[in-house]
Design a protein around this ligand. Structure first.
Ligand SMILES: [Ca+2]
Ligand SMILES: [Ca+2]
Ligand SMILES: [Ca+2]
Length: 298
């Protein structure tokens, strides 16, 4: 219930905030913040930068529409590193700060990354307001890339920010991408947008890194949920399968659900690119039990 209340609160943020006039004196150079620990501490003087600290710092540095960037360079000596999986697991003890300024969180920067995400954000220990990453309406033009986000009972990712990009992530699976690692408590959505117009979930089809930009969104209750969010493209993803696309890791209720008040959704590409047919494959062939609801009745 607490989750619902908090989400409701977030969903009733004043629309005026999206129309805030940018104050030029607030513009600064973008910051690149390199996370070097899986810890969840906030201690500016300890010589390590945690993801929580990086988000706080990025929020505190208003930078217009040019995102700050959060990179990763976590050593293999970190206790969150698993040599077996090659992944680095961040297990916050409470939900991370809301992101309220444009951001690029880029898991592709972690040394050892090789075409699959190895930075895991694991919600096992988050009981209150369990959202992996939350983009506040003021965090427009943000990109969340190359992360494994799992085991949050609410949303792995919740975006209320316009012009968002969610790419190259595993949402709802373990770091191997071969098994579900979601929460069966709560609602357990993969990527949810709410009043977040214009966005890309998956590839942008520009010919650069397009295949890597696809997300794996499996093992959730609903994989992708769109609420009051117009003009969103969902393309090049694997939804309801394993990372190899060889077997099903279903989203238990729906693969993609576009709720009422959502218009202009495109699933798959417009056909003028060289490939990016994985969304179509996953929804039509690999997981035929998954449904796509274009518009639900009120
Ligand atoms: Ca620190
Ligand atoms: Ca910032
Ligand atoms: Ca691309």
């Amino acid at each position: 219930m607490r989750l619902q209340r908090n989400v409701h609160r977030r969903n009733t943020l004043p629309r005026r905030s999206q129309l805030r006039v940018e104050r030029l004196e607030d513009r600064r150079l973008l910051a690149v913040l390199t996370v070097n620990s899986t810890a969840d501490t906030v201690d500016p003087g300890d010589g390590i930068l945690t993801l929580r600290e990086a988000i706080l710092e990025a929020n505190a540095n208003p930078n217009g529409a040019t995102p700050d960037e959060i990179h990763f360079n976590i050593p293999t000596t970190d206790p969150g590193y698993d040599a077996g999986t090659g992944a680095y697991s961040i297990r916050p003890s409470s939900s991370l700060p809301d992101i309220n300024d444009p951001i690029l969180i880029d898991g592709w920067t972690q040394p050892g990354w090789a075409n699959r995400p190895i930075i895991e954000l694991d919600g096992t220990n988050v009981d209150t307001d369990p959202i992996g990453i939350y983009l506040h309406p003021n965090a427009s033009d943000s990109t969340l890339r190359g992360l494994v986000v799992n085991r949050f009972a609410g949303y792995q990712i919740l975006s209320q920010a316009p012009r968002f990009t969610i790419q190259g992530n595993y949402l709802g699976t373990d770091v191997s991408g071969m098994a579900a690692a979601s929460s069966t408590a709560g609602i357990g959505f993969g990527a949810n947008t709410w009043d977040a117009n214009v966005g890309t979930i998956g590839t942008n089809g520009d010919g650069i890194d397009d295949e890597l930009e696809g997300n794996l969104i499996s093992g959730n209750s609903i994989g992708v949920s769109l609420v009051y969010s117009d003009d969103v493209v969902i393309a090049g993803n694997l939804i309801g399968t394993n990372a190899a696309g060889t077997s099903m890791v279903p989203n238990r209720v729906d693969g993609i659900r576009a709720w009422d008040g959502t218009n202009g959704i495109r699933i798959g590409t417009n056909g003028d690119g060289p490939r990016m047919t994985r969304s179509e494959m996953s929804s039509r062939e690999m997981a035929p039990e998954e449904s796509i609801c274009p518009k639900l009745p009120e």
